[in-house]
Design a protein around this ligand. Structure first.
Ligand SMILES: [Zn+2]
Ligand SMILES: [Zn+2]
Ligand SMILES: [Zn+2]
Ligand SMILES: [Zn+2]
Length: 316
């Protein structure tokens, strides 16, 4: 905190305070760094020595006060005013610092001489431009984010999209249902046909063997012994063959216990859930920030203040 501002903190007119009078200041003289009541302001303006001082209404000063108080106007090593300026280091410095640290620096000038034309300097013009460009950039970014927000609001009405997807899923499921039913029916028919085929094969075998049995019965009743011998031999061979054939038949697909059913895999729920999800998509910003050409603004401000505000405003 600049100690020169302590007078203001008492909220009293500086000249009045010296004369042990008590009046509140309406103005602030930037040059004298003290408050002025209405009456003293009149004198201040009239006197030749202070006629050209920068005097502002106290409200104006109020808004600038904390900013100005952050300026480093004294050397904190030597506690003396920064009254000289080193152009090589681009910094104001006190007499002792100048002797110790800037002995070889060229062009050391009085600080107030160096700053005398800053208000109208090219550097000030550039700083103004840079501030303008930075504000434009910020405005563009705000507008860009605002547009994005609007877009999100528009997209937030997703009911029609969801019902569209729902319809698509329904269509897929309907087609799947038809395909499934048809496949089921075909498989069922194929299996039935196979069973029927094997059944008629067995029935034919049965009929043939019944015929043999009838023949054998007749031979037993009225055939000759020779006929019985040949009949038994033939039928015995046939029965042996059939017995082997039945054993082989039992091992074929046609004899297996058959069932046709619709298979539902355990992963069905996972697969269906995995197909749909919500994602956040991020794409690079299309905003192109305007650039500032000069660095001189940065340098001049670095030399004059040590506040974060000034650096950010000009050196981005
Ligand atoms: Zn006064
Ligand atoms: Zn003054
Ligand atoms: Zn110093
Ligand atoms: Zn220097």
């Amino acid at each position: 905190m600049n100690p020169d501002l302590s007078g203001f903190q008492d909220s009293k007119c500086g000249p009045c305070q010296v004369r042990e009078r008590d009046s509140s200041p309406q103005y602030w003289c930037m040059s004298c760094e003290e408050g002025l009541c209405e009456e003293c302001y009149g004198h201040h303006k009239a006197i030749k020595l202070s006629r050209n001082h920068s005097v502002v209404p106290i409200e104006t000063f109020e808004t600038l006060r904390s900013f100005i108080s952050s300026f480093q106007t004294e050397c904190h090593i030597h506690d003396s005013p920064l009254e000289l300026y080193c152009p090589s280091h681009e910094t104001p410095c006190c007499a002792k610092c100048t002797a110790m640290n800037h002995a070889r620096c060229l062009g050391i000038t009085l600080f107030h001489t160096f700053v005398s034309d800053l208000k109208t300097s090219e550097k000030m013009v550039n700083l103004d431009k840079s501030i303008g460009i930075t504000l434009e950039n910020i405005d563009e970014l705000i507008e860009n984010r605002g547009n994005n927000l609007e877009q999100l609001e528009i997209n937030s009405n997703n009911e029609s999209k969801v019902s569209g997807i729902r319809k698509e899923i329904d269509e897929i499921l309907n087609a799947l249902e038809i395909k499934l039913l048809s496949k089921f029916q075909t498989s069922l028919e194929n299996q039935k046909t196979e069973i029927q085929r094997v059944m008629s094969e067995l029935k034919e075998k049965r009929k043939a063997i019944v015929d043999y049995r009838n023949n054998l019965t007749h031979l037993k009743l009225s055939g000759t012994d020779t006929q019985v011998f040949h009949g038994m031999k033939q039928i015995g061979d046939v029965i042996l063959d059939e017995s082997n054939a039945l054993n082989s038949m039992l091992k074929t697909q046609a004899m297996k216990e058959t069932d046709v059913e619709i298979e539902k895999k355990d992963t069905m729920k996972d697969i269906i859930s995995g197909v749909l999800d919500v994602i956040v998509r991020k794409m690079d910003s299309k905003v192109i920030l305007k650039e500032m050409k000069n660095e001189t603004t940065c340098q001049i401000v670095k030399g004059l203040t040590n506040t974060k505000f000034s650096r950010e405003a000009s050196c981005i």
